[in-house]
Design a protein around this ligand. Structure first.
Ligand code: AMP
Ligand code: ZN
Length: 464
């Protein structure tokens, strides 16, 4: 598989640390509000990545955080805690806010067929591990205490700017939008690992620590959850492009300081979804959520289709006109598939050919539009039986997750049923010593792409 690595700024051949296993970390939501459809574009990209890796034969272990504390309105420690602002806005406790928007997030994900990662951890449930990391970073001289807070000293990191590849002056433009200099910092770019004094007004979520009662900074949460659940060598880390700096830059600095070696080999970032006026946001313009699209009559999967039509590294502009076109194509596609004849007849001829093409598209830095085109190519191919088309589309849909075949169980179970019947007929032929017939059945199935394997007690099969 070839992927674009933000760290090297090149397309690279992917090799995991451990053969056949991928340890994947994807930054999760800050649960202070609904996710907008831009946020969800990033989670669709990560979902395709996970399922694509599985299609290529990897076992994927994926972890994600739920940020319920410590994420301030500016990504670099200025402004207020987003959760606290939400609790004031809605007159609820931060715990209630977190629970409500976490559930809302996973509901949106399920509408978009985004699978829940196998490890999902609340930031507030892993305080012990952040304390362990921060303690070691203080002992080793990477961190310092000033004015009650604990800071990371970026001059101690190994090549702090290596992920963004930009110089500090370029990077800080825009990040310090609410310029509010923190006099405790040794260097302007230093960031908070643990807050005890500043940003502390009415904070409900707080814990005891060696540095006083307080709460963790946002960046340490991802380093902590990744390190605790996926170990000290990570294969791939993802997020949206806005996460490159400062969030992921800080994650690398902390994790490499703590583990004492290179931590993550591949960094993949999804480009933004924009609205007509530019960057999508929760505070300006129409707040575009999945529920809003549903209220307007759109199927959430039309939005998934819209996202998959473009490459994750290209910016995409949302408009209702563009979504109309996507919804129209998606519905037409499903209709065509519905009309296919389901009589079991698996012609083996081009199964491999199309499955290899699909793997190539995944391996080509997740080329989702080519994956979609392959569905159309299969439908157009006159050399394939309708059943083979269904079989292939069902197979591709394990990654695309567009519910292309509604009653998905049926296709595989009809195939199983056909093979089971043929195996039975062959058993009877063998019992009657009609070996010519038994061989004929075996060859017929082979021609349909099904290879029979005779074992001591029964006949098994595999699709070739
Ligand atoms: P947040 O909940 O704000 O931490 O963001 C959740 C995810 O959405 C992060 O990975 C962001 O990088 C990503 N994100 C934020 N804005 C957009 C956007 N307009 N388009 C795509 N992804 C975004
Ligand atoms: Zn993160």
């Amino acid at each position: 598989m070839k992927i674009y690595n933000t760290l090297s700024k090149k397309i690279e051949t992917f090799t995991p640390n451990e053969e056949g296993i991928v340890r994947l970390y994807t930054c999760g939501p800050t649960v202070y509000h609904y996710a907008h459809i831009g946020n969800l574009r990033t989670y669709i990209f990560e979902d395709i990545l996970e399922k694509g890796l599985e299609y290529l034969g990897y076992d994927v272990i994926r972890a994600m955080n739920i940020t319920d504390v410590g994420h301030l309105t500016s990504d670099s420690d200025t402004g207020d805690d987003k959760m606290l602002l939400a609790s004031k806005r809605e007159n609820k406790s931060v715990y209630d806010i977190a629970e409500f928007y976490t559930n809302a997030f996973f509901l949106d994900c399920s509408k978009l067929n985004i699978r829940k990662p196998s490890i999902v951890e609340k930031a507030s449930d892993n305080i012990d591990f952040y304390i362990k990391m921060i303690t070691k970073m203080l002992d080793d001289g990477y961190a310092y205490i000033a004015g009650g807070n604990v800071y990371f000293d970026i001059t101690k990191a190994n090549d702090y700017y290596k992920l963004s590849g930009k110089n500090p002056d370029e990077l800080y433009v825009g990040v310090r939008d609410t310029v509010e200099e923190d006099k405790n910092k040794r260097n302007a770019g230093d960031f908070v690992l643990w807050f005890t004094s500043s940003k502390f007004e009415n904070q409900d979520m707080k814990w005891d620590s060696p540095w006083g009662i307080g709460y963790p900074g946002w960046h340490i949460e991802c380093s902590g959850i990744s390190g605790k659940y996926l170990g000290e060598y990570l294969d791939i880390h993802c997020g949206g492009v806005d996460n490159i700096f400062p969030h992921h830059t800080n994650e690398i600095a902390q994790s490499e300081a703590y583990f004492g070696h290179k931590w993550c080999n591949y960094w993949m970032h999804g480009e933004h979804l924009n609205d007509q006026s530019g960057k999508m946001s929760k505070s300006k313009g129409e707040f575009l959520t999945i529920s809003l699209l549903e209220e307007k009559g759109y199927d959430p999967l039309s939005y998934r289709y819209f996202v998959l039509s473009s490459h994750y590294r290209n910016q995409l502009t949302f408009s209702y006109e563009a979504l109309d076109i996507a919804q129209n194509s998606y519905k037409k596609l499903k209709n065509k598939i519905k009309q296919l004849d389901r009589t079991p007849n698996l012609s083996d001829k081009k199964l491999d050919y199309y499955q290899d093409k699909f793997k190539e598209a995944i391996g080509n830095d997740l080329n989702t539009s080519t994956m979609l085109t392959l569905v159309y190519d299969v439908l157009k191919d006159n050399e394939l039986s309708d059943f083979t088309k269904l079989y292939l589309i069902e197979d591709f849909d394990k990654v695309l997750s567009l519910n292309l075949i509604e009653d998905i169980e049926e296709v595989s179970s009809e195939l199983d049923e056909l093979i089971r019947r043929k195996i039975e007929e062959r058993e009877i032929a063998k019992a009657n010593k009609d070996y010519a017939l038994a061989d004929k059945i075996r060859d017929e199935l082979l021609q349909r792409g099904v290879k029979l394997i005779d074992t001591k007690d029964k006949t098994k099969y595999e699709l070739i």
